[in-house]
Design a protein around this ligand. Structure first.
Ligand SMILES: [Zn+2]
Length: 315
């Protein structure tokens, strides 16, 4: 007898179906992964392959932003900048559009100016400084002291250290004396020319300029009351005996201060070439006390205090 071998088809069909289902599921998952991948979504948002590669190197939040927002050709150069601050992104873009148009953009400068608020005119968009910051408080043309602020621990300076009529906060005086003595060991003499100024005195100075030469001139050469670092009791104008605003930069005392003041807690507040950031002309003589630790950090950063504060302390 010959029996036709009977093949049971049921299990084979079942196996084939299972395999097909598995293949379909894998394809589906892959397809889903493809359509939801950052690469795909960035491509859809308008970025080129090269740009996508750049963006993918950054934090998830940047990638998400790039996906959710329309293509922006300033996006990558901006987020590559060291001092990029996410909260300022829209202001960077607005500033670039307003100021640069089609010209080549200096992104580093855009970041600096917008971070410190200097994309606005001085004394517009002002806010009160955070007094909880203590010796680190920021005072500039956008950030003021509380109204008619006066520190409580101001002491008079001896004429060994200053021209007559100077006073300063106790802690600053101690730090200045330490710095003075260190300079003395190098046969250099520092002398304080101007220090703590009350609201009233600052107002007098400003009003004087204003009534004689107009508001624009006054704003250029004097700070408005409550906006002056001298009113904090943390700033000193330092000269060597006999030098003045135009000659101090050429003295050995200035050279020494440039290299050493941070060791005693003082930083040069209005450096050369940073006028548009600080809002002040270069002042070789104006030093601000922030304490030794912070002074070293600011010095090492190479930033103006406005930039340093915006990035590290107000963020
Ligand atoms: Zn000064």
């Amino acid at each position: 007898m010959y029996y036709k071998r009977r093949v049971k088809k049921g299990p084979i069909i079942a196996i084939v179906v299972i395999i097909l289902v598995i293949i379909l599921v894998i394809c589906g998952i892959n397809l889903y992964k493809y359509y939801t991948s950052d690469e795909y979504l960035l491509g859809e948002a308008g970025y080129s392959e090269k740009e996508i590669k750049e963006i993918l190197k950054f934090d998830e939040k940047y990638i998400t932003y790039a996906i959710e927002n329309k293509y922006e050709d300033d996006f990558i150069p901006l987020i590559k900048e060291k001092y990029f601050l996410w909260k300022n992104y829209d202001n960077y873009i607005k500033y670039i559009d307003d100021v640069y148009g089609d010209k080549k953009v200096d992104y580093s400068k855009v970041i600096s100016l917008v971070n410190v608020g200097a994309n606005f005119e001085p004394y517009t968009h002002t806010k009160k400084t955070d007094m909880d910051k203590g010796n680190a408080i920021l005072v500039n043309k956008y950030t003021s002291l509380p109204e008619k602020y006066a520190p409580s621990d101001v002491v008079e300076m001896s004429n060994w250290y200053s021209y007559p009529g100077n006073s300063i906060r106790k802690e600053v005086y101690d730090a200045f004396r330490e710095m003075f003595n260190a300079a003395k060991e190098e046969n250099l003499t520092l002398i304080v020319n101007s220090s703590y100024r009350t609201y009233e005195v600052q107002k007098e100075i400003y009003d004087d300029y204003e009534s004689n030469r107009g508001k624009e001139y006054a704003d250029k050469y004097a700070a408005r009351p409550d906006f002056s670092e001298h009113q904090t009791g943390l700033s000193v104008d330092i000269f060597s005996p006999g030098s003045n605003m135009s000659t101090f930069e050429g003295t050995d005392e200035f050279k020494w201060l440039s290299e050493n003041s941070y060791k005693y807690g003082f930083i040069l507040r209005y450096p050369k070439g940073k006028e548009d950031i600080t809002g002040y002309s270069y002042e070789a003589w104006h030093y601000r006390y922030v304490g030794k630790d912070l002074a070293k950090k600011v010095y090492d950063s190479g930033l103006t205090y406005d930039e340093y504060y915006a990035y590290y302390l107000d963020n």
